[in-house]
Design a binder for this molecule. Structure first.
Ligand SMILES: Nc1ncnc2c1ncn2[C@@H]1O[C@H](COP(=O)(O)OP(=O)(O)OP(=O)(O)O)[C@@H](O)[C@H]1O
Ligand SMILES: [Mg+2]
Length: 515
């Protein structure tokens, strides 16, 4: 689409009411407001989020390593405690065999001495697990058990197998043996349940870590959508409104400053530059238009005036000898040339006269039907088909009926003139989101070359033969639409056709815009 006339209405988004410092422009104020907020950069927030993930991962790994090391130590000690128990049970088995079958007591003594060495080697661990009271009790039972075995061996040597008090020593040994076994069992049981506890703790902690990771991921997802994607969407919106011609600066949308604020400030600088360039362009277009206008007026008036002068001169020279019919013909010529002058002057006046339009509610289908009736004859003689799709339900617009009719007459006449030898003229009407009613005037005519589209709204720009067009039709239409706070755009393809789209504010939207 080739936008011809820029957006005509001067609505400006993102403008905040407020007190302006003297001489401070809106753009400067926006830059200051963008600059003055506390800075929390997106980079720092991304770094912080990823750092949290890193810290959490390291914590999980360190915690796992510590627990694994603890479990390994406990397993080694558990093995030692099992061996201790095995030695005690070995000693008791040999002691029992002695009393039952009179076998050697040395094996029982060996087992109990191994058990004692093991017990003393792990003294610190054992005290930690079963407490120093149980530790002392174990050592006492062990020493007593060993002493009883020694005294038993002495009695055997001196008194033989059936020495006196054998039953009492047996009962004593059994008692101490049972105590030793019970304490060793307690040691292994406690160690096993400690390992179980570590595993349970490990499992629970992993679940907690997973939950924390999950929450962190939710935060990061929120962060990326809210802090990065949302501003990007906002900037897409800014580019769209800039494309529509609204060059008002971007104002702060959040309480703090980040990289997007830098982008907004760059945008504002670019908008300032654009505005400057646009003003320069406008100025040079204005100068070109004035040049065009002057040349156009000179040309449009000069030709008929020349013709009039020549005709009057020949009338003066040959009046006496001329027949009445020839005189009438020359006078008719003068009349035609004078009408040409007054038509140019009338068009010029239409264009320059700043008549205030009288606004009334207008039904767009009614307006277009009335306009079509005016040019029906022209269409029929040129062999043009008309297609119209303008719903009766279209919202009304506020406008000057006659002036708007003039706009559509100009557009339709241009279309008809672009379709020499016939074609199809289509009128479409619809309501659009920006609060306007849109009317498309579509033809299947010669089209406009892309290089000429920017000039068609200039005064006196015409491609028509002398006498067929003044080049003011679109200029007048443009200024009428501007007075109605609307806009016009054109899309055209050479040898395919052109579409002129007119946007006029709906009654309701106009009211809400004024509030
Ligand atoms: N529908 C169209 N198809 C092709 N060219 C068009 C169309 N409408 C406008 N133009 C081009 O734009 C030029 C300017 O149009 P404009 O209506 O301002 O003047 P004009 O039609 O030449 O003269 P008039 O003052 O009689 O309307 C036309 O001369 C023509 O070259
Ligand atoms: Mg025209």
């Amino acid at each position: 689409m080739l936008p011809a006339g820029a957006a005509l209405n001067d609505h400006q988004n993102n403008r905040e009411p407020g007190v302006l410092a003297p001489k401070e422009t809106l753009s400067e104020r926006a830059q200051r407001a963008l600059q003055e907020r506390p800075n929390i950069s997106v980079r720092i927030r991304i770094f912080f989020g990823l750092f949290l993930v890193f810290v959490l991962s390291v914590a999980v790994i360190l915690f796992s390593l510590t627990l694994i090391r603890g479990i390994r130590g406990k397993m080694i000690f558990l093995e030692a405690a099992d061996n201790l128990r095995f030695e005690i049970q070995g000693a008791r088995r040999f002691e029992k065999n002695f009393f039952l079958y009179g076998t050697n007591l040395n094996d029982a003594l060996e087992h109990i001495q191994v058990a004692r060495t093991m017990f003393e080697e792990n003294a610190d661990n054992v005290k930690d697990i079963i407490g120093s009271g149980s530790y002392e009790a174990f050592i006492d039972h062990l020493i007593r058990y060993e002493e009883l075995l020694h005294s038993l061996m002495k009695k055997l040597e001196s008194e033989g197998v059936d020495f006196s008090g054998k039953r009492m020593v047996e009962a004593d040994l059994r008692g101490h043996g049972a105590e030793l076994n019970a304490i060793a069992k307690r040691l292994t049981d406690r160690e096993r349940s400690a390992i179980d506890r570590i595993f349970t703790l490990y499992g629970r902690t992993l679940v907690i870590f997973i939950v924390i990771f999950f929450l962190l991921m939710i935060y990061l997802a929120y962060f990326f959508t809210h802090q990065i994607l949302h501003p990007l969407t906002r900037f897409v919106g800014y580019t769209q409104r800039i494309a529509r011609g609204d060059l008002s600066p971007i104002l702060p949308a959040r309480r703090y400053k980040d990289e997007f604020s830098d982008l907004a400030m760059s945008f504002n600088r670019m908008l300032d530059e654009l505005k400057n360039h646009q003003e320069q362009l406008l100025q040079s277009r204005k100068m070109a238009a004035i040049g065009n206008l002057t040349a156009g007026i000179a040309h449009e008036l000069n030709n008929p005036l020349n013709n009039i002068t020549i005709t009057i001169e020949s009338l003066q020279d040959d009046l006496e000898s001329m027949q009445l019919q020839s005189i009438r013909k020359l006078l008719k010529d003068i009349e035609v040339q004078t009408e040409r002058c007054s038509s140019t002057v009338k068009n010029l006046l239409d264009f320059t006269r700043m008549e205030k339009p009288s606004f009334v509610p207008i039904s767009v289908p009614e307006l277009l039907n009335a306009t079509v009736r005016l040019i029906k004859n022209e269409m029929d003689t040129q062999g043009i088909d008309l297609a119209m799709d303008v719903p009766e339900t279209l919202p009304q617009i506020q406008g000057d009926f006659v002036q708007l009719q003039q706009v559509f007459v100009n557009l339709m006449l241009n279309s008809i003139q672009a379709m020499e030898g016939g074609g199809r003229l289509t009128l479409l009407g619809c309501s659009v989101d920006d609060g306007s009613v849109r009317v498309d005037v579509i033809d299947t005519g010669v089209g406009i070359p892309a290089s000429q589209v920017s000039q068609i709204f200039d005064p006196f720009y015409t491609t028509k033969e002398v006498g067929k067009g003044t080049g003011l039709g679109l200029t007048v239409s443009y200024s009428i639409i501007q007075k109605h706070r609307g806009r016009i755009s054109v899309k055209s393809d050479v040898n395919v056709g052109s579409t002129f789209s007119v946007f006029l504010p709906r009654i309701n939207s106009e009211r809400s815009g004024a509030e």
